[in-house]
Design a protein around this ligand. Structure first.
Ligand code: GLN
Length: 236
């Protein structure tokens, strides 16, 4: 039987920004989507290609090396207005590490060069000197009480800004900057994080949150309370 719902994912620069298999986040959304009766389609939107806000329900933007970030930084300026529109109209976006950095104002890379972001979120990312934050990390989301596990590996140190609240408070590891205990950022339906792993494979509750939010936005007249209560692990 055909699935009742369809959701479309834009995999932003999926051919360039895919550190530690961040692509796996899309496979996880498809896996849980299937359990929930959703057909989850995905296509890569990369250099010189149009991103149209209205075409998508979810965007996934993975991590990357400084080299790839420099290339993406130039191209993504042309997509800035549509990405902003997507975010402000409550599109769901998952941005990891290098993708997280490029949604903000700028990123100072390991050489000290300033890589412009698109500033659709208010954070910015400074440089560390001869250091990276590498290792396993555990955080707790203060609103839901949920704990999330991941692996971080980043040179940049990020400071969140207006309208952003952390994805979680650091219980073990470094987080955004090793100082203020914040990890990641949430703004509207945008989830930013330094977690690779990929994050959704280790924290399937976030995949469920994203799918439900995307369904509510795409199908505003439907009731998703049953799906909200569904234990995605047990109901295949
Ligand atoms: N190049 C960026 C940094 O080192 C992002 C790294 C990543 O996405 N893993 O901070």
């Amino acid at each position: 039987m055909a699935n009742k719902y369809t959701l479309n994912i834009a995999h932003l620069y999926g051919d360039l920004m895919n550190t530690y298999g961040d692509l796996g986040n899309i496979l996880v959304l498809q896996y849980y989507g299937k359990k929930m009766g959703i057909d989850v389609q995905s296509n890569v939107v990369s250099l010189d290609e149009d991103f149209k806000a209205n075409d998508y329900d979810i965007a996934v933007f993975g991590g990357g090396q400084d080299f790839e970030q420099t290339i993406v930084s130039k191209d993504i300026q042309t997509k800035k207005d549509e990405i902003k529109k997507f975010i402000e109209t409550d599109g769901c976006l998952l941005a990891i590490c290098g993708g997280f950095q490029l949604l903000g104002k700028y990123y100072i890379d390991a050489n000290g060069d300033k890589i412009p972001g698109i500033g659709v979120l208010d954070h910015y990312t400074e440089q560390q000197h001869d250091n990276r934050f590498i290792g396993n990390i555990l955080i707790k989301n203060e609103e839901t009480g949920e704990q999330y596990h991941g692996f971080e590996n980043h040179q940049g140190v990020t400071y969140t800004g207006k309208g952003e609240r952390p994805l979680g408070d650091v219980e073990k590891g470094y987080g955004n900057n090793g100082q203020d205990k914040a990890e990641g950022a949430i703004y509207k339906n945008v989830y930013c994080t330094y977690f690779h792993g990929p994050i959704l494979a280790r924290n399937n509750i976030i995949a469920k949150h994203i799918l439900i939010k995307a369904l509510k936005r795409r199908y505003p007249n439907d009731d998703f309370s049953k799906l909200e209560q569904m234990d995605v692990e047990k109901s295949y």
